[in-house]
Design a protein around this ligand. Sequence first.
Ligand SMILES: Cc1cc2nc3c(=O)[nH]c(=O)nc-3n(C[C@H](O)[C@H](O)[C@H](O)COP(=O)(O)OP(=O)(O)OC[C@H]3O[C@@H](n4cnc5c(N)ncnc54)[C@H](O)[C@@H]3O)c2cc1C
Ligand code: SF4
Length: 580
Amino acid sequence: MKTPLFGAFQPPHEDERILGSMPRISLKEMQHFRESEPVDYCIVGVGSAGGVLCQRLAKAGFKVVGLEAGPFWDTERDWVSDEKGSHKLYWTDLRITGGEDPLALGENNSGKGVGGGSVHWAAFAPRFHPSDFRVYTDDGVGSDWPISYEDVKPYYELLEREMPVAGPAHFPWGDPHGYPYGPHPVGEVGNVLIKGCTKLGIPVVAGGPIAILSGSRGDRPHCIYRGYCIQGCKVGAKASTLITHVPEALRYGVEIRDRSMAFRISTGRKTRVNGVLYYDDEGREHFQRAKAVIVSGYAIETPRLLLNSACPGHEAGLANASDSVGRYLMAQAGNVLLGRFSELIRMYKTPPAHSMTEHFYETDPDRGFARGFAIQTVAPLPIAFAKQMMKAKGAWGWGMRRVLMDYNHWATLGVLGEILPWPENRVQLAEEKDQFGIPVASVTFTLHDNDKKLIEFGKKTVMEVMRAAGAEEVVQESRYAHLVGAARMGSDPATSVVDRFGRTHDVSNLFICDGSTLPTQGSANPGLTIQALAARTADYLISQGEKIFSSEERDMTPPPVRRKLAVAGTFVHGIPRLWN
Ligand SMILES: Cc1cc2nc3c(=O)[nH]c(=O)nc-3n(C[C@H](O)[C@H](O)[C@H](O)COP(=O)(O)OP(=O)(O)OC[C@H]3O[C@@H](n4cnc5c(N)ncnc54)[C@H](O)[C@@H]3O)c2cc1C
Ligand code: SF4
């Protein structure tokens, strides 16, 4: 055919996209602050929490510099719809692992680059349950939070609209609620979960909750169901702070310095910090002065930076008078069960995250252990599947080739189990150093009796679900997901690092805001909670205004919820569902 059916194909104009929708980010037009002049806030790490903080604080009129160790991704140029080509999204720098049940560190933990872990997350976005905030009171294990579910609920509702989250009209667990966007169509892995659960009488939901568009929104198109979600989603349907919050943060004047690795927080007087020392990409040392500092570097890099910032008056590390920095690190049990079905499954179709049950979330005394687990779809692409089969089935050589040729017949479901916070599970400094000469993190992790019982029960249950769905063969791989804790919040300065707004007990203008402040982790994926807490911390800082920069006083009055600071367009697009 010589003439195209619909006329000449037009490339996208400057300000619009056909596919690959992200708003153009002009780094040239970005605000630039002088290092010698103190900004209001220097934020270390522009990931899940850091991205939300940058957007809120800049929109409220503060001068903000974000330091990000990784690059500023150009999603058109840097991302590929290819499993192998996306490995650069992860923090794969040296980390040391140990303990009786050492965690695999690297691509299974955190991201590096603007957007952080939200760039490669699978985007499952459930809320924590009210019971998560009073685990010690209700179950006698773990720890209570210094805040309740009700304190976070308005921020869950906001972030579910800002991302936005698609999901069922009625999500029956925890505090039952609905979602702003309708659920996604279910793929075959989701069908396996639904079939198995339904046969066993276990309630299950389909099509979310996930922070992936099930309809277009502004200039972001809806999901096209090709399964590259944890490869960044070049399409722009999956939420990451890089595309949801950072563009607006830049418009309101935040400066984000990428490839900038913070290595020490600088102290002025004993109880105050005055800026952050960092290395640029070429190893040159810089010092950004700031009236207050917020660390949002993830549950490993945040304690690492605090420990590396030890100085006279803070010999054990900054904000570590309680000896809690690095302790109470948690990972969720993330055992993956792989089942073979005679019919075709095709795991690569649809987002890996799309169906789940939280039926086993809370403590059931009959099970013989405290707390519980969720069951979720996992659906790895072929390289991840090959790695899982190597561990689960010992597949290798010709056997691996046969297994991979059979990929389309396999479905994977995951346990997401609550491992409790233990003081010996911790981040410390290793003797080894990174490319800048900074001591790297050493992570020690050991399962306790309750954790082991929970994992065994979770595995057995998912095995039953797989069998009930008709699996001919089921194998499993033990793994962990979602590291949080290691700088936990609490009311008692003797046993925690930050207060209920993220302010360190020891240093009045130093805050921590990321997954490391979580006292317990439930069996919900933590990303939504981390971003909701960041919006809450921002509201607190805005309420306190200049007091943060000069006063030692701690005003513990909860801030009003500033809905007007939500990302522009939050309340005008999408299919409105329940909004309490
Ligand atoms: C494969 C995968 C899938 C996941 N899927 C889900 C999911 O479906 N749902 C969910 O809720 N969660 C999921 N997660 C977890 C989620 O991504 C994290 O819990 C979340 O991103 C953590 O947020 P954070 O703000 O604590 O840290 P991050 O988002 O990791 O941000 C920290 C940022 O700080 C930067 N940084 C660190 N140290 C320094 C320093 N010294 N100087 C400058 N910058 C620094 C890092 O480069 C990074 O960008 C997944 C994680 C992985 C690995
Ligand atoms: S399946 Fe995942 S990668 Fe593909 S468009 Fe949907 S969200 Fe993006």
